[in-house]
Ligand binder design. Structure first.
Ligand code: HEM
Ligand SMILES: *[C@@H]1O[C@H](CO)[C@@H](O)[C@H](O)[C@H]1NC(C)=O
Ligand SMILES: *[C@@H]1O[C@H](CO)[C@@H](O)[C@H](O)[C@H]1NC(C)=O
Length: 513
């Protein structure tokens, strides 16, 4: 009897199990069919057509040929060039296989606008980017999506829309130190490394009210003096590691890195120290002599972790990008004495040797044209991507002529190529490859010019970066008679989280008498 009831129980159990399995399969099938129907409806509603333009893969399953070709191009520092050439040969928008994931590559402003703005909610940051940035950037603005991102943005945005964001006296202090390190007599100097130190000193001063003071250490000196000793090196280290992770995806994990955690901790501990001190000593409503973001943030945010996360996010988002912009401007000017002379004349007329005031900076039109032209040809963030979080549609790229909408299924990555966009001859003319500030006299651009991205996630530091870069340029123009290049090699990319010049910026300055 006991044996009988035991086997009955087993049969009942088995039957229940089978029923569950059948039900799961049924549910899965129904979901698949429903999803397929929804996709079909969406596709019909928008009259989508398949993308016919495809990367001519030799390996259509994993796309290893493209991976190897990209790796080789990156190795030879021709990644960007290779990709652009591909657009000219293949088309503005094409499908490609990225190690088994089928994605879209585009330099079409319509599609970029759809992804970044009109259908903003249908896309998120690349999961690998979030994973790579998380250890250092935590829940800050630059590494999150959705509600968490929206909250960060709401907290930070008002700070950056103040009429006069930055203190020019703070800027002048650091620019003065920078100029002191530049030889007057035509001796060679590598400017890009100095600019990275300059933007680190400036950013830490602006964010924490304490500077790394790397420029005080002399021309060959180490980063990080005084209270922030060791901070800059740890930022550098962590950033390098994150860039590898972003570039290689999970492949980067094949080479474990035990020091990474240590450097992340160093960076966090420094900032936590400043945050604790500010939370302790902060007196509401008391105006400080110079604007410091930390002091402004503690008025609105009480969670020390969130304050730290936002500060480190802004440091990472703003520092290398701005250094890259200023360096690239000098890279070009050292080869273009004609532009240098014209800039010098403009600056002489505006300031007559006096320090620029905040409201005067935008009046220097030719300075602004030059900076825009540098951002056009050498955007510090030249390629970026998003992933569809639901089934959605892009308005172009499908059909034989590439003009029909395309269905984008959930999980599809869309890579958009800003440097490709900025060199389109149909937008910028046949001389698109030429550095020509004058083109900005008449140029009106929208989604064709996106150095700071666009839509709800547009860079919040655009004004800050433009002011900083303009100020440095103006002060150099006031101080030096000429700049010439030492190394004639054309600009080559160095890819990290942002893109800078591979060979640095080797130049000679001569001081005005
Ligand atoms: C020339 C200098 C700069 C360039 C080219 C640049 C470019 C960009 C780009 C392309 C994005 C969008 C990234 C994406 O959505 O995937 C971005 C976002 C951002 N930038 Fe900048 N940036 C520069 C300077 C700065 C500065 C100086 C700051 C702050 C002081 C800053 C703070 C930010 C922040 C916080 C975000 C994230 C915004 C968000 O996701 O809502 N940037 N920047
Ligand atoms: C982006 O386009 C530019 C210019 O068309 C090209 O040189 C570059 O290789 C492209 N980058 C990528 C990643 O496709
Ligand atoms: C430079 O580019 C910005 C977009 O970043 C644009 O708003 C501005 O009008 C441009 N400046 C000039 C002088 O065309």
């Amino acid at each position: 009897m006991a044996a009988f009831s035991g086997s009955v129980l087993i049969y009942i159990g088995l039957a229940l199990y089978l029923a569950t399995v059948v039900y799961s399969i049924f549910k899965f099938a129904r979901r698949t069919i429903t999803r397929r129907n929804l996709r079909r409806d969406l596709s019909q509603q928008y009259q989508c057509q398949p993308i016919q333009t495809k990367f001519p893969h030799k390996d259509p399953i994993l796309g290893l040929d493209l991976f190897i070709s990209n790796a080789r191009a990156a190795w030879q520092h021709q990644f960007l060039e290779t990709v652009n050439r591909r657009h000219d040969e293949i088309g503005e928008t094409y499908q490609l296989n990225m190690l088994g994931t089928v994605g879209i590559m585009t330099r079409d402003p319509e599609i970029i606008k759809t992804v970044l703005s009109t259908h903003f909610k249908d896309y998120s940051l690349d999961a690998e980017r979030k994973k790579a940035l998380k250890p250092l950037l935590g829940n800050g603005i630059f590494a999150t999506d959705g509600q968490v991102w929206a909250h960060s943005r709401a907290v930070l945005r008002p700070q950056f829309t103040r009429a006069q964001l930055m203190d020019l006296s703070m800027l002048e202090k650091h620019v003065g130190r920078l100029i002191d390190l530049v030889p007057h007599n035509g001796e060679e100097i590598e400017l890009q490394e100095l600019m990275l130190r300059f933007t680190m000193d400036m950013a830490t001063d602006f964010l924490f009210g304490e500077s790394t003071d790397g420029l005080l250490a002399g021309r060959e000196g180490p980063y990080g003096q005084g209270t922030l000793q060791g901070f800059a090196e740890s930022v550098q280290y962590a950033q390098h590691r994150m860039a590898m992770h972003v570039a290689l995806g999970w492949w980067a994990l094949l080479k474990p890195d035990l020091q990474f955690r240590h450097h992340v901790r160093v960076v966090h501990d420094f900032i936590d120290g400043f945050v604790q001190k500010e939370l302790r000593e902060h007196r509401p409503g008391v105006k400080h002599k110079t604007y410091v973001l930390l002091q402004a943030l503690v008025e609105d945010v009480k969670d020390p972790m969130q304050i730290r996360d936002e500060l480190v996010n802004i440091l990472i988002a703003g520092r290398d990008t701005t250094a890259s912009l200023i360096s690239n401007v000098f890279f070009v000017l050292s080869r273009r004495p004609d532009i240098w002379r014209k800039l010098r004349e403009e600056v002489r007329q505006h300031f007559e040797g006096k320090l620029p005031r905040f409201d005067q900076i935008p009046q220097c039109k030719y300075v602004r044209y030059t900076i825009n032209e540098s951002l056009r040809l050498f955007p510090p963030v030249p390629v970026n991507s998003r992933v569809a979080v639901c089934d959605t549609v892009i308005s172009r790229g499908g059909g034989a002529d590439g003009h029909a909408p395309v269905l984008i299924t959930q999980g599809t990555p869309i890579v958009y190529n800003i440097s490709g966009l900025h060199r389109r001859e149909d937008v910028y003319g046949a001389d698109a490859e030429e550095f020509k500030p004058e083109r900005w006299e008449a140029l009106r651009v929208g989604w064709q010019f996106l150095p700071f991205s666009g839509g709800p996630r547009v860079c919040i530091g655009q004004q800050f970066a433009i002011t900083e870069a303009s100020y440095v340029l103006i002060r150099f123009l006031q101080t030096f008679e000429s700049v010439e290049c030492v190394d004639e090699t054309p600009w080559q990319e160095k890819i990290s989280l942002t893109v800078s010049s591979l060979n640095g910026v080797r130049v000679r300055f001569r001081r005005a008498l």
